[in-house]
Write a protein that binds this ligand. Structure first.
Ligand code: TYM
Length: 331
C-alpha cells in the first residue's frame, strides 16, 4: 500500500506564493505515488475571530484554489475539517496526553497571542487539533512549510504519549519539507511571507498581474553589494522565487545566468525583478485560468461532499479503535 500523507491549510484569506511553493506544489506532486488526504481546516480558523459567512465562503474558495493548483479529487481526498467531527473528538482525547508545558513552548502560539487582549483556549490547544488531524488518518508523512515543523514535532510526541499510555496505535508522522519551505515577505524579507503581515508582504496566487508587478518592483533588496559578498535576505528571496518558478517550468537557465551576474557584481536588481515577474507569471497564469473555469462549473460542493464521505469512513474506523483503547463507550 502507498504511504499515507496528510496535510491541512487554513481558509483565512487567499492562498499566497509562500503556501504554494512551501506546501501546495508538494501536495500536488505527492499525489503521484502516495495515498493523499488534504484538508481545509475550518475548526482551526475559528481560533481567531472570523465572520461565519466569510469563513464558509473562504472554505469553498480555498477548495477551488487547491484544485486549480493541481490537487486532483479523483486521486486525493479533499475535504473540509468540520465535515468530519471526529477531528474534534480525537483532539479532546489527545489533549489528555499533551503536556501543558509543551503547548506553552509553541512559537506560533507565542506569536499569535502576543499583544492580544483575549487569548482563547482554542488558540492554545491549536497544535493538539493539528495532531488529531494527522493521527486520525494514521498518516506517515506531512508536507508542510518550515513554520509547521515545531507543531509536527509535538504531533510525534503526542503519538508516543498515546501509544505509551493506551498501547501502540499511531505511527509517528514525519514532516515532508522541500525547497521553498520558507518564502519571505517582499516588503520585509526578515519575516516570513504571510497574510497577517498585510497586503504589501505577500503575493496572492490569484492576484491581479499589475498588482504582482508592483509588489515585485518595490520588493526590498539592498543598495548594491560588493562583488562576492553574500546575498541580502531580500535578494536571496527573489532568487529563491525565480529558482522555484524555473524548476516548475523546467528551465533554470535565467536563474543561473543572473546568479553569475550577481557573483561578478554586475547584476541590476531591476533585471532580477523583471525575470522574477515573468517566470512567476508563467507559473501563476494557468492556475488562475483553471480557477476561473472551476468557479463557473459548480462542482466544488460535490467534490467536498465526496471527500468528506471518504474521510469519514477512515476517521470512524480509527476513532472507534481509539475509544476502545481508552476505555470509552463504543457503539
Ligand atoms: P497555514 O494555513 O498557515 O499554511 C499552509 C501551508 O503553507 C505553508 N506556509 C509557507 N511555506 C513557505 N513559506 C511561507 N512563507 C509559508 N507560509 C505558510 C505552511 O507551512 C503550511 O504547510 N497549522 C497549519 C494548518 C494545519 C495542518 C494540519 C498542517 C492544520 N492541521 C495538519 C499539516 C497537518 C497552518 O496554519 O498552515
Amino acid at each position: 500500500m502507498a504511504q499515507r500523507v496528510f496535510s491541512g491549510i487554513q481558509p483565512t484569506g487567499t492562498l499566497h506564493i509562500g503556501n504554494y511553493f512551501g506546501a501546495i506544489r508538494n501536495w500536488a506532486s505527492l499525489q503521484e505515488d502516495h495515498d493523499c488526504i488534504y484538508c481545509i481546516v475550518d475548526y482551526h480558523a475559528i481560533t481567531t475571530e472570523i465572520d461565519p459567512q466569510v469563513l464558509r465562503a473562504a472554505s469553498r474558495s480555498m477548495a477551488l484554489d487547491l484544485i486549480a493548483c493541481g490537487i486532483d479529487p479523483q486521486r486525493t481526498i479533499l475535504f473540509t475539517q468540520s465535515a468530519v467531527p471526529e477531528h474534534a473528538e480525537l483532539a479532546w482525547i489527545l489533549g489528555c496526553v499533551t503536556g501543558y508545558g509543551d503547548l506553552a513552548r509553541m512559537i506560533q502560539f507565542k506569536d499569535k497571542s502576543a499583544g492580544k487582549k483575549f487569548i482563547s483556549a482554542g488558540l492554545f490547544i491549536y497544535p493538539v487539533l493539528q495532531a488529531a488531524d494527522i493521527l486520525l488518518y494514521r498518516a506517515a508523512g506531512v508536507p508542510v512549510g518550515e513554520d509547521q515543523v515545531q507543531h509536527l514535532e509535538l504531533s510525534r510526541r503526542i503519538a508516543r504519549r498515546f501509544n505509551a499510555r493506551f498501547g501502540e496505535f499511531f505511527p509517528e508522522p514525519e514532516p515532508i519539507v522541500g525547497k521553498g519551505a520558507r518564502i519571505m515577505s517582499l516588503a520585509d524579507p526578515t519575516i516570513k511571507m504571510s497574510k497577517s503581515a498585510g497586503e504589501a508582504h505577500y503575493i496572492g496566487v490569484m492576484e491581479d498581474e499589475r498588482s504582482i508587478r508592483g509588489k515585485i518592483r518595490s520588493a526590498v533588496t539592498d543598495i548594491g553589494l560588493e562583488p562576492g559578498t553574500t546575498m541580502s535576505p531580500g535578494v536571496a528571496n527573489l532568487f529563491e522565487v525565480l529558482d522555484l518558478s524555473g524548476e516548475l517550468l523546467g528551465d533554470q537557465s535565467i536563474a543561473a545566468e543572473l546568479c553569475s551576474e550577481f557573483q561578478s557584481g554586475k547584476l541590476m536588481y531591476s533585471h532580477l525583478k523583471d525575470a522574477v515577474f515573468e517566470s512567476l507569471m508563467q507559473v501563476l497564469r494557468p492556475i488562475g485560468e483553471r480557477r476561473r473555469e472551476l468557479e463557473t462549473s459548480g462542482i466544488v460542493e460535490d467534490i467536498l461532499r465526496e471527500g468528506a464521505d471518504k474521510a469519514r469512513v477512515i476517521a470512524r474506523e480509527n476513532i472507534t479503535k481509539v475509544r476502545e483503547m481508552a476505555g470509552l463507550v463504543v457503539g
